[in-house]
Design a binder for this molecule. Structure first.
Ligand code: OAD
Length: 339
């Protein structure tokens, strides 16, 4: 039995599971990934204190950090989302060795299914077949008006992202903000999720990588794995209930180191490195967006714009308040109307 508390790293655990894979005892691996597998590609995760996006957004004084991805906030204030869109857009990013590991699992016919919470599309860039994966939170490949759902052209969307400006629906009677087809808080997951989540119960190994398991319903997927089936967590920190079951193995560290170790135990290391290099080379020449401002620069810029707006609206508010109180004073000074 493999039993490791979440704070322990165990190569023995890796080797036991690796042997089960190579001798054909494990053939259906279900994977759940999150932002931590893309941090080495240059996209900060959300919740790591200090470096995560939500801490970085502090200068914007949002009502709460997730508001930037909340549909109710986006409806009236889409500017912050577009201000940082370029810095988080995957156009110029390359898949990591962790993404390549997932493609290698697929190549070896071991990937039963991949649930990714990431919207960067780097799994596909690495070579994971699209019929083997679900972007549970959508992706950047298409966009629609968030209100009337009219389609919006790709080239105009790219221009908007490049400029950091909000694209608006082309239908004159609508004119609402356009949103990439990513799932915001307050929106439903793709309909396919309902059916696909059953695949977690078909797993004979679950691999959870780079996620804090803080956002439902994906956070519940590891619980759907049958009791007695091994689950591996590769993450910088413990997450969810990973480590609570006797067959759990928690490897705390970077995803990239974790998959390299696993590949070593499987005897796949050279193949993995080659596959990764090929995937990076394949994306090497494609630059959808020329290099632009960093995330921190984008945030600083929108913070000052928003603060200016707040000053105008505060000033406006004060003016209205003064106007109303002088009107009230005038009204009170007058004798009541005679009937
Ligand atoms: P989080 O930021 O919540 O969690 C990322 C996890 O990855 C943390 O536990 C980090 O410690 C870990 N991590 C960071 N870098 C790592 C590395 N190089 N190697 C290993 N682990 C690393 O991101 P998610 O769990 O993906 O949703 O967040 C889930 C959802 O919350 C996102 O899809 C997004 C967000 O709000 C929406 O916007 C709808």
């Amino acid at each position: 039995m493999i039993s490791n508390p979440p704070t322990k790293t165990s190569n023995l655990g890796y080797q036991v599971l690796a042997d089960r894979i190579t001798n054909g005892q494990i053939t259906r691996i279900v994977v759940l990934t999150g932002a931590g597998i893309s941090t080495s590609a240059g996209i900060p995760d959300f919740r790591t204190p200090g470096t995560g996006l939500y801490d970085k957004l502090a200068p914007l004084n949002l009502p709460y950090p997730e508001a930037i991805f909340s549909i109710s906030y986006f409806t009236h204030t889409p500017e912050p989302f577009y201000a940082i869109a370029r810095a988080r857009h995957p156009g110029n990013l390359k898949p990591t060795i962790s993404h390549a590991f997932l493609a290698l699992l697929a190549k070896k016919n071991l990937l039963h299914f991949l649930f990714t919470q990431n919207i960067d599309g780097l799994e596909e860039d690495a070579g994971v077949p699209v019929d083997k994966l679900l972007w549970t939170h959508g992706n950047w490949k298409s966009q629609h008006c968030h209100k009337c759902h009219a389609e919006y052209p790709d080239d105009l969307m790219k221009n908007a992202i490049r400029a950091g400006e909000v694209p608006y629906c082309l239908k004159t009677e609508c004119g609402a903000a356009v949103k990439p087809d990513v799932v915001f808080f307050g929106q439903s997951l793709p309909a396919e999720f309902e059916d696909r989540q059953k695949m977690a119960a078909e797993a004979d190994l679950m691999l959870v990588m780079g996620t804090s398991l803080k956002v439902a319903p994906c956070s519940q997927l590891p619980r759907l794995v049958k009791e007695g089936v091994p689950r591996i967590l590769i993450n910088m920190e413990g997450a969810g209930d990973m480590g609570n079951r006797g067959q759990d193995l928690c490897i705390l560290g970077t995803c990239d180191n974790g998959v390299r170790e696993l590949a070593d135990a499987l005897g796949w290391r050279d193949e993995l490195e080659t596959l990764w290099k090929d995937a990076v080379d394949a994306k090497g020449d494609i630059k959808e967006l020329e290099d632009g401002p960093t995330l921190d620069e984008c945030i600083a810029k929108i913070a000052s714009t928003m603060n200016d707006k707040m000053k105008i609206s505060n000033g406006h508010k004060r003016m209205l308040e003064n106007h109303l109180s002088s009107k009230f004073a005038q009204m009170m000074a007058k004798p009541p109307a005679q009937s």
